[in-house]
Design a protein around this ligand. Structure first.
Ligand SMILES: Nc1nc2c(ncn2[C@@H]2O[C@H](COP(=O)(O)OP(=O)(O)OP(=O)(O)O)[C@@H](O)[C@H]2O)c(=O)[nH]1
Ligand SMILES: [Mg+2]
Length: 257
């Protein structure tokens, strides 16, 4: 089974198209595997939940039993980290060891067409596969120069301070996890996802980096279609920089909190 976790906050303009693209890609490329999409509505103030319900109900009628969509709702907005925690732990609790659990942003900037490549890399033996902006063949479309420079700088900072073989993109939320790897990690440590904001994505890697047995990671080149995202950026750049620098300081001091 393939699980896809979509953390969504005010994505009414993007989530319907994304779900359609995910199901179409699955039907074209991975029909022999069951697909379950978990949308975590993180207290959206817009019609994100209604769009998901309508898509789910239409899908139910479509005799596509092997492709299902489920809505998990946070009453109030709790931030990306909580949305990822809800989605990942729900999927990990239910997944079988041979399953793959993916996370993607719900703003249409991540292209579902890359999913089969990531699933195949898990099949080739990796425990975690990242859709990376910093691999040959990757491209970023429509993102401001300021954001590109910031993400690139973050990439080099982490590569220097916390090197992980095969990893260059520490902040991208488009990832595939081998269920057999992430299930025990989450089961044994309920506080595994301890960051509150966007730095949670980096922290997951920093914690898996020191796991025993070692977690094998790889990257595939990402085409980031920021131009396909409807609506303004919700990224709190200043807050994310502060959180990330504080996280680096704590991890360099060997603290787990
Ligand atoms: N900004 C934000 N996103 C959230 C939150 N909870 C869940 N998300 C989702 O987290 C994913 C990543 O957020 P984005 O706002 O796309 O972050 P980003 O890609 O770094 O920045 P922009 O695309 O420029 O906004 C999206 O699917 C959001 O809908 C939240 O509290 N705030
Ligand atoms: Mg985004």
């Amino acid at each position: 089974m393939i699980w896809i976790v979509l953390p969504a906050y005010n994505e009414e303009a993007n989530i319907g198209r994304l779900l359609g693209e995910i199901c179409a890609t699955w039907q074209e490329t991975l029909p022999h595997r069951t697909l379950h999409v978990l949308v975590v509505d993180d207290g959206s103030a817009d019609a994100t939940a209604d769009v998901v319900r309508a898509f789910r109900d239409e899908l139910d009628g479509d005799a596509l039993p092997a492709c299902t969509v489920e809505l998990l709702a946070h009453e109030v907005n709790q931030g990306l980290a909580e949305a990822i925690r809800t989605g990942l732990t729900t999927a990990a609790d239910r997944a079988g060891d041979r399953d793959v659990i993916l996370t993607m942003d719900a703003d249409n900037s991540h292209v579902p067409g890359l999913i089969p490549t990531m699933v195949r890399a898990i099949g080739e033996g990796y425990d975690l596969v990242i859709a990376s902006r910093y691999q040959p063949g990757a491209r970023v479309v429509g993102l401001s120069l300021q954001r590109r420079v910031l993400s690139y700088a973050a990439s080099w900072l982490f590569r220097g301070l916390f090197p992980i073989p095969g990893v260059r993109d520490y902040t991208c939320g488009f990832r595939a996890y081998r269920a057999a790897m992430i299930k025990p990690v989450l089961a044994e440590n309920p506080q595994f996802i301890s960051e509150r904001g966007f730095s949670c994505m980096v922290d997951i890697l920093l914690k898996l980096r020191t796991q025993d047995p070692p977690v094998t990671m790889a990257e595939v080149p990402l085409l980031l279609r920021y131009d396909k995202k409807e609506g303004a950026s919700k990224m709190d750049v200043g807050g994310t920089i502060t959180d990330t620098l504080a996280l680096i300081a704590r991890r360099r001091m060997g603290r787990d909190d």
